[in-house]
Write a new protein. Structure first.
Length: 216
């Protein structure tokens, strides 16, 4: 599992500092779980249905300074039943949605059987969170409207959103979303954007600032 920009963005952007128990759904290489552990004092659980990913994530965790606080499990979130709920759930979505793919890829993607539809991911995040807990994700920008609507139906309120532009003159490719498990959020939604690449092709100052604790 490669270290992808999406995972780095969510791991650096998510509000985790005060969390005590964090869940990373679809942990892959364990990147987001490890970033959450670096930025908090929480116990972190990463789950994934792929055995090979879990094996690699466990190797990465064991090689880190956070091995005592990060636990990786082979598990489908739909059957995950921890002893305690979490106050923060993170996900760089491990699910498949046909409407996010170009038409020529839909047929091939439809054979993907290990995906997790939006509604099921949201339902299970809600089930596994404490009241007032946060659910933070990174998505394709094209999926944002639908995902937000499903979250609101489930009982989440949107607290923050950040549109992610690869370059300044193009539409956003990704969006970071921070929901709270409550129906009545008092504060207005905090909305902003970030551009990843400067005019000369280097990392932008905003991106370097966001990820400064993770890149050498």
């Amino acid at each position: 599992m490669k270290v992808g920009t999406d995972g780095v963005l969510l791991g650096a952007w998510a509000e985790v500092e005060g969390a005590q128990r964090i869940l990373d759904i679809g942990t892959g290489s364990g990147l987001i779980a490890l970033m959450a552990a670096q930025r908090s004092k929480a116990d972190v659980v990463g789950i994934d249905i792929h055995v090979s990913s879990v094996e690699q994530a466990r190797e990465n965790v064991e090689s880190s300074p956070y091995a005592s606080r990060v636990h990786i499990e082979v598990c489908d979130v739909r059957s995950f039943s921890p002893d305690q709920n979490f106050d923060c759930v993170l996900s760089n979505p491990p699910y498949f949605e046909e409407d996010l793919l170009p038409p020529n890829e839909v047929r091939a993607g439809a054979r993907h059987t290990q995906g997790l539809p939006f509604a099921e991911c949201i339902t299970n995040a809600h089930r596994l969170l404490c009241d007032g807990g946060s659910f933070q994700v990174i998505l394709p920008h094209t999926a944002a409207t639908r995902f937000i609507a499903l979250c609101i139906e489930q009982g989440f309120s949107l607290q923050r959103s950040t549109e992610v532009h690869t370059v300044s003159h193009k539409p956003p490719r990704r969006i970071l979303l921070h929901f709270v498990k409550t129906l009545h959020l008092q504060n207005p939604v905090q909305r902003n954007s970030i551009t990843l690449t400067a005019a000369d092709g280097s990392r932008s100052e905003d991106y370097k600032h966001l990820t400064q604790d993770f890149y050498l």
